[in-house]
Design a protein around this ligand. Structure first.
Ligand SMILES: *[C@@H]1O[C@H](CO)[C@@H](O)[C@H](O)[C@H]1NC(C)=O
Ligand SMILES: *[C@@H]1O[C@H](CO)[C@@H](O)[C@H](O)[C@H]1NC(C)=O
Ligand SMILES: *[C@@H]1O[C@H](CO)[C@@H](O)[C@H](O)[C@H]1NC(C)=O
Ligand SMILES: *[C@@H]1O[C@H](CO)[C@@H](O)[C@H](O)[C@H]1NC(C)=O
Ligand SMILES: *[C@@H]1O[C@H](CO)[C@@H](O)[C@H](O)[C@H]1NC(C)=O
Ligand SMILES: *[C@@H]1O[C@H](CO)[C@@H](O)[C@H](O)[C@H]1NC(C)=O
Ligand SMILES: *[C@@H]1O[C@H](CO)[C@@H](O)[C@H](O)[C@H]1NC(C)=O
Ligand SMILES: *[C@@H]1O[C@H](CO)[C@@H](O)[C@H](O)[C@H]1NC(C)=O
Ligand SMILES: *[C@@H]1O[C@H](CO)[C@@H](O)[C@H](O)[C@H]1NC(C)=O
Ligand SMILES: *[C@@H]1O[C@H](CO)[C@@H](O)[C@H](O)[C@H]1NC(C)=O
Length: 884
């Protein structure tokens, strides 16, 4: 095959409007907490956002703190994937657009194991690269130029060994379609350099496409530079700063040589060379040279243009010989000056032969996934490919590589589906088998099923469908369709009960003698309608107001609470004495001490500006706390929402949070077993109120020991409602994409269902209970079992209660009470939510624990007495609501 170079003619393009706007850029800082998103990179002003919107799985890690100053901010957090074989980002892109895609992974010993991970990265169904972080203390950055096939781009991390795949950043930049054209395949970067002996790389905003240009130089070169402006307007938009320097050979009569070894050695190589004359030539001077790639081409007699970029590139792929690639710039006899080169890019072609699953099938199945809130861990990336990891519960047809696979069978039997049969199913045009049996589907059997020509089996049995079966579908049965409908008590399976209009048209003129049958039908219909109407009143009335029966009853709102108001920013400044005393700092901002009406102490959480997520949480919290009141929920005194100034003003909690007390960071005394139980009971009562006393119920979603605050009497109050959610009402579909909760406390089911329920709060409270019992960290990598739940489980199987208990308690507890509490905690942290008790049961159990403990001490079980710690130590009051 003849290899040749194509000269890019500059001057055909009007000056390109420089896109300084990051338009079309996707810059994801993986693992970035939502509330810190977005931020502008201080180095080049690129705006990074959190990745949470684009992936439902994985966990958040942070590089070891020693690296905090050595790494750019986007590498400080990462997302890792301990679960599932393949985990995928699904990014919104434009179909048929060429993109520069860069993925970086920095391990940074985030897990304390010092074990460099290795894994594969796929683009859609095709493997892109194997990443091995062994010895790569600065991480890896892999780049590819790739054209998107559809409006969504899947980047998948695939486990290949025992280590969990990790990812730190994803950067995607749109490129011009007329650049980096290949005969086939995408382009993997080998290197992109500018010839300069300095140390710094060039990228955005110098490069409007945000390519990374690394400096490259050799001792056999001489550097020439210019300060003059260089016209860089050709399709490649090479940054001017990269063109302002060049290399010439030190031996002015010798060639300039650049060599490299592509991987694999027989790879198809594409080369892009950027030249500009940057020396002022005398009238009798010429610079002319041959551009030779050994074994491939000899482009002879090339002269760079004065102060104007000229790009020479390979139009067809080249192959270097086994010794590697060797580029030579050889001065021609008539030239008075040595050859020169300013910048150079080399790529190898990479084939992505597998076609993605048919786009309409992908859209439809994703729609179904959202409609039914399915979050099976395998349901990520391409549904059918690679074959080994195709989604569970479906089968695809694979014809050949050039035919996109399609879904031919979908089996969502016993998948907990609710709502109606999803209309998106009709877009699975090749579907042969549809099994939706044993779910809780309601509504009619849709008529579109009849027009899905490929269907041979439909199993809808064991649901709650109603209405009648469409005629057309019944007709298909006569043609051989297998239709299973048993176990749908309200579904009429014959043609007699088709919709009213049809019925009237048909019945009235036909048989007068069928009047009795009609009467029966009408009666049945009336009963049905009547039943339906009455149904709500048959249900138990929703619990009205909080009903914690003993112990802490609801108090009338304090004088404070009734005066909840909106404060101006000036008032906030006054009450905090111009923010002179900070109590602590949380993810959303700093908490200050303050006073209202001279005497009343408050804690003022000032939200850091510019965080849109923060504002959302702020609003959620204000709205919630305005609505709910309970003695075990921290109460809101007021708030400030004035322009950029957002503040929440809470009652002051002089005794800090539970975590500080358990870790001994406060006061140096040990909370007794009885007081610990009371604190958890208080917390459980607050939660019980949220779960059963509020309509719709509220899930706190972020229960942890730092969110349990203690007032002057050590009564516990729950704080930080920024992540709480009311349940969606009615049948609106709602998919939570917000990463919720805190690692260690977060319901493991969340990773599967992406959904938090009251039982998730039960789980988190179980973890708090375990912390209280053991005084152990929730997650400690050096422990036999890092997670506290697993660790206690292990200890329990060894029957060793003494090893479990916090040694600081010195055995000062009733062992019956402890066993009961342990039992309760373990049932709360049951991985399956159905195995966990309700919060009301938790309350009952905790009260019994207290009874045991008190009987040991000979204390009469008097649950009405308020707990109060007698403390001789005096505390510096400090700390209040604080976030993560
Ligand atoms: C750069 O070159 C192009 C094409 O030759 C020309 O249209 C444009 O005006 C030049 N720009 C400047 C700033 O000289
Ligand atoms: C990591 O980066 C630092 C600073 O740029 C450099 O000194 C060091 O050699 C790099 N380490 C590796 C293994 O490349
Ligand atoms: C290239 O090198 C020159 C001289 O060493 C230096 O002044 C210039 O800043 C360098 N260019 C870039 C983009 O770093
Ligand atoms: C410079 O290059 C020429 C041509 O390749 C060669 O003949 C000459 O020996 C070289 N000079 C030195 C000092 O290397
Ligand atoms: C080119 O001209 C300059 C003066 O204009 C002279 O010094 C130089 O020697 C000439 N170079 C050649 C190769 O003739
Ligand atoms: C490159 O081609 C030119 C013209 O065809 C020829 O003069 C020159 O010797 C060639 N160079 C090499 C290294 O083959
Ligand atoms: C669907 O899966 C269930 C088990 O999950 C199985 O019993 C049933 O036969 C499957 N249906 C079809 C049509 O294969
Ligand atoms: C089916 O696909 C078409 C075209 O792709 C789309 O416009 C339509 O909304 C889809 N129907 C459903 C019910 O999702
Ligand atoms: C099905 O839904 C009904 C009404 O929403 C509910 O009462 C019933 O418990 C559900 N059944 C299952 C198995 O989820
Ligand atoms: C349809 O589903 C029901 C319940 O799962 C099952 O008993 C029946 O065998 C299924 N029928 C077919 C043909 O798969």
């Amino acid at each position: 095959m003849k290899r040749h170079l194509l000269l890019v003619i500059i001057g055909t393009y009007a000056a390109i409007v420089v896109a300084q706007t990051q338009e079309g850029f996707i810059s994801l800082d993986c693992g970035l907490p939502v509330e810190e998103s977005p931020y502008d990179n201080s180095f080049n002003g690129l705006t990074f956002t959190s990745d949470f919107r684009f992936i439902q799985t994985g966990k958040i890690g942070r590089v070891h703190k020693d690296l905090n100053n050595a790494l750019s901010k986007q590498y400080l957090t990462l997302r890792y994937f301990p679960e599932g074989k393949r985990n995928c980002y699904s990014l919104d892109v434009k179909r048929d657009t060429k993109y520069l895609i860069a993925v970086s992974s920095v391990y940074g010993n985030y897990d304390g194991l010092n074990l460099d991970p290795n894994f594969d990265i796929y683009i859609g169904p095709n493997k892109w690269i194997s990443v091995d972080l062994e010895g790569r203390t600065n991480g890896t950055l892999d780049e590819i130029i790739h054209k998107s096939m559809s409006n969504s781009l899947d980047i998948c991390l695939v486990k290949t060994g025992t280590t969990s795949p990790i990812i730190s950043a994803i950067e995607i930049r749109p490129l011009r379609d007329d650049t980096y054209v290949t005969q086939s395949g995408s382009l993997r970067l080998s290197f992109r350099v500018y010839l300069n002996n300095s140390a710094g790389h060039i990228r955005y905003a110098d490069d409007v496409r945000d390519r990374i240009w690394n400096p490259f130089f050799d001792s056999s070169y001489t550097q020439i530079t210019t300060n003059l402006n260089i016209n860089n307007s050709n399709a490649y938009e090479v940054p001017k700063t990269a063109l302002q320097s060049a290399a010439t050979p030190r031996n002015a009569s010798g060639p300039l040589i650049i060599t490299w070894n592509p991987k694999p050695s027989n790879a198809q190589v594409y080369l892009y060379m950027h030249f500009a004359e940057i020396q002022t030539l005398e009238a009798n001077d010429t610079r002319e040279f041959d551009v030779i790639l050994k074994g491939n081409f000899n482009h002879s007699g090339f002269s760079p243009t004065k102060l104007k970029v000229f790009t020479l590139f390979t139009e067809e792929p080249m192959q270097c010989d086994s010794g590697g690639c060797r580029l030579e710039l050889v001065r021609t006899p008539k030239s008075t000056l040595p050859p020169l080169i300013n910048a150079l890019e080399a790529y190898t072609a990479i084939e992505f032969p597998k076609l993605e699953t048919s786009a309409s099938d992908v859209d439809a199945i994703k729609n179904i996934k959202v409609t039914y809130r399915l979050s099976k861990i395998s349901w990520q990336g391409d549904p059918c490919l690679p074959k080994d990891w195709s989604w569970e519960n479906l089968r695809c047809s694979y014809v050949d590589l050039s035919t996109p696979p399609q879904i031919v069978s979908l089996n969502l039997s016993e998948s907990g589906l609710t709502g109606s049969i999803a209309p998106a199913l009709q877009n699975l045009t090749q579907l042969q088998e549809l099994d939706l049996s044993n779910n809780n589907l309601t509504g009619p059997v849709p008529s579109f099923l009849a027009s899905m020509k490929s269907l041979t089996l439909i199993n809808l049995s064991g649901n709650n469908l109603n209405g009648s079966v469409p005629q057309a579908l019944l007709h298909r049965v006569t043609e051989g369709l297998v239709l299973k409908l048993d176990g749908n008590p309200h579904l009429c399976k014959t043609s007699l009960c088709n919709p009213k209009k049809e019925k009237n048209k048909f019945l009235i003129p036909a048989f007068a003698s069928a009047a009795s049958l009609l009467a029966i039908l009408v009666v049945v219909a009336l009963i049905f309608v009547f039943r339906k109407k009455k149904l709500p009143s048959d249900l138990p009335a929703p619990p009205s107001i909080p009903v914690p029966d003993v112990d802490h009853t609801i108090q009338p709102e304090s004088s404070f609470a009734s005066k909840k108001i909106r404060f101006t920013y000036t008032e906030v400044q006054q009450m905090t004495n111009n923010f002179d005393r900070a109590l602590g700092e949380g993810g959303f901002g700093v908490v200050y001490h303050g006073c209202v009406n001279v005497t009343q102490q408050v804690a003022v959480k000032l939200l850091s500006q510019s965080s849109s997520q923060g504002y959302k949480h702020f609003k959620a919290e204000v709205e919630l706390l305005m609505r709910v009141h309970h003695i075990n929920l921290v109460s809101l005194v007021g708030y400030c929402d004035e322009g950029d100034h957002l503040a929440l003003i809470y009652e002051y909690m002089p005794n800090g949070d539970l975590k500080q007390h358990l870790s001994g960071k406060r006061g140096g005394f040990v909370l007794s077993w009885e007081n610990r139980l009371r604190i958890v009971l208080d917390t459980a009562l607050g939660l019980e109120y949220l779960h059963t006393g509020c309509t719709p119920p509220i899930v706190h979603r972020d229960i942890k020991s730092t969110n349990i605050l203690l007032d002057q009497n050590f009564q516990a109050k729950l704080a930080d409602f920024g992540l709480s959610r009311s349940f969606p009402t009615g049948n609106e579909t709602y998919v939570s994409t917000v990463v919720a909760g805190t690692p260690g406390y977060l319901d493991p089911e969340y990773y599967r269902t992406n959904w938090l329920t009251e039982k998730s709060d039960v789980y988190s409270l179980g973890i708090v209970l375990l912390e209280m019992i053991t005084s152990q960290p929730v997650i400690q990598q050096t422990r036999e079992k890092p997670h506290i739940g697993e660790w206690v489980g292990l200890m329990l199987t060894q029957g060793d209660i003494d090893n479990i208990m916090d040694p600081n308690l010195n055995g000062d507890y009733d062992s019956g009470s402890v066993w009961k509490a342990l039992e309760l905690a373990m049932s709360c942290v049951n991985p399956s939510s159905s195995g966990r008790p309700s919060m009301s049961q938790v309350v009952i159990e905790l009260k019994e624990c207290l009874v045991y403990e008190n009987s040991r001490k000979g204390v009469k079980s008097d649950m009405d007495s308020k707990s109060s710690l007698e403390l001789s130590t005096s505390f510096t009051p400090d700390m209040t609501p604080e976030a993560r």
